[in-house]
Design a protein around this ligand. Structure first.
Ligand code: FMN
Length: 358
């Protein structure tokens, strides 16, 4: 058996184990999948300028996000329906996050209820919110998340409609029998409709998610709970400034892993202008195409406080449940630690802008 030593190895192994329905849903993006490719390519096209002779024999990867302490600046992005990858689904991910002391963002569209995931000992759980047309149902799910111990709400703002995900359409994506979306109870439906010549998920979105969302809704969400709000899906510096003005505690620079509008700018390329506009007034996080320890160094150098992983966690889950998700985080942690040392940095504060050449 060939050893598994990087995230690409885990992705290949996962592809052999998943149903076609699940694999196409997970791997896919919008239209021609240009943004998926660009997220990864843009990381590769940036060069590092390592600093030498800095005594890097003792290092720390620790950081804080929203005032919460974490072992490293790497977290788990919200990805829907994790029981498609492994029977334990979001519970396995939460156990891996707790073991690694990293934040996990739970998708609204999870296949395990927020209350059950939040019961996993020591998990730092943030809850991702989609605003439904039915505001009472939105209020209910946000309040459920707060009551069950989630430590932040992550409002996804790049999804007024689901992007045109052609793989989902071609497989007629559906949730297999026996799987439900228990956070959707207030909507009166916890299933995804069967897709015939369409994605069932896209239909579900069109029926339930509110495309009329505006910045005022950030304030509405803030009025529901005392939790910090993170706005996910920012690519422009003017939108980042709006997030500051409307009281967000953080933003996630994201193009939804290339699943919304295709040809949207790669996130690492969007980051520098956003960091400049925000000027430390809120915490900047980034996701999209992070696959190597050097990617984490580059994102931190260009102004992110942390990065989040989407698909790699799903591949880890598909390979080996909790242990697989943990392995993904361990591999990236070790690569990040080594890259930091080789760049002359002893901690995350020393990862400065001048380490990256565009
Ligand atoms: C299968 C899948 C499901 C996703 N579901 C959600 C979701 O429910 N809510 C959300 O805000 N983002 C969702 N995302 C986007 C991720 O949070 C994240 O932005 C993206 O996956 C990061 O890119 P990466 O996969 O290249 O790491 C999903 C992404 C994937 C691949």
């Amino acid at each position: 058996m060939t050893p598994v030593i990087n995230l690409a190895d885990i992705e290949r192994k996962a592809a052999e184990q998943m149903s076609h329905n699940a694999h196409e849903y997970y791997i896919g993006g919008a239209a021609d999948e240009i943004s998926i490719a660009e997220n990864a390519r843009s990381f590769r096209s940036l060069s590092l300028l390592p600093r030498v002779m800095r005594d890097v024999s003792v290092r720390s990867l620790e950081t804080t996000l929203l005032g919460q302490p974490f072992s490293m600046p790497i977290g788990i992005a919200p990805t829907a329906m994790q029981r498609l990858a492994h029977a334990d689904g979001e519970l396995a991910t939460a156990r891996a996050a707790a073991a690694m002391r990293v934040p996990m963002i739970l998708s609204t569209t999870s296949t395990v209820a927020v209350e059950d995931v939040a019961r996993v000992p020591d998990v730092a759980l943030w809850f991702q919110v989609y605003v439904y047309k039915d505001r009472e149902a939105t209020r209910e799910v946000a309040e459920r998340a707060a009551a069950s111990g989630c430590k932040a709400l992550v409002l996804t703002v790049d999804t007024p409609y689901l992007g045109k995900r052609e793989r989902e359409i071609k497989v007629g994506f559906h949730l297999p029998p026996g799987m439900e979306l228990p956070n959707y109870r207030a909507l009166g439906t916890t299933t995804v409709p069967e897709g015939k010549q369409e994605s069932g998920l896209a239909r579900h979105f069109t029926e339930n998610i509110d495309p009329a969302l505006t910045w005022n809704d950030v304030e509405w969400l803030r009025s529901l709970t005392n939790l910090p709000i993170v706005v996910k899906g920012i690519l422009r510096s003017d939108d980042a400034r709006m997030a500051v003005e409307h009281g967000a505690a953080g933003i996630i620079v994201s193009n939804h892993g290339g699943r919304q509008v295709d040809t949207a700018l790669a996130t690492i390329r969007a980051l520098p202008a956003i960091a400049e506009a925000v000027d430390n007034r809120l915490e900047i996080m980034l996701d999209g195409g992070v696959r190597r320890g050097t990617d984490v160094v580059k994102a931190l150098a260009l102004g992110a406080k942390a990065v989040f992983l989407g698909r790699p966690i799903l591949w880890g889950l598909a390979c080996n449940g909790e242990r697989g998700a943990r392995q993904v985080l361990e591999i990236l942690r070790d690569e990040f630690d080594l890259s930091m040392a080789l760049c002359g940095c002893r901690n995350v504060v020393e990862i400065t802008r001048d380490l990256v050449v565009e």
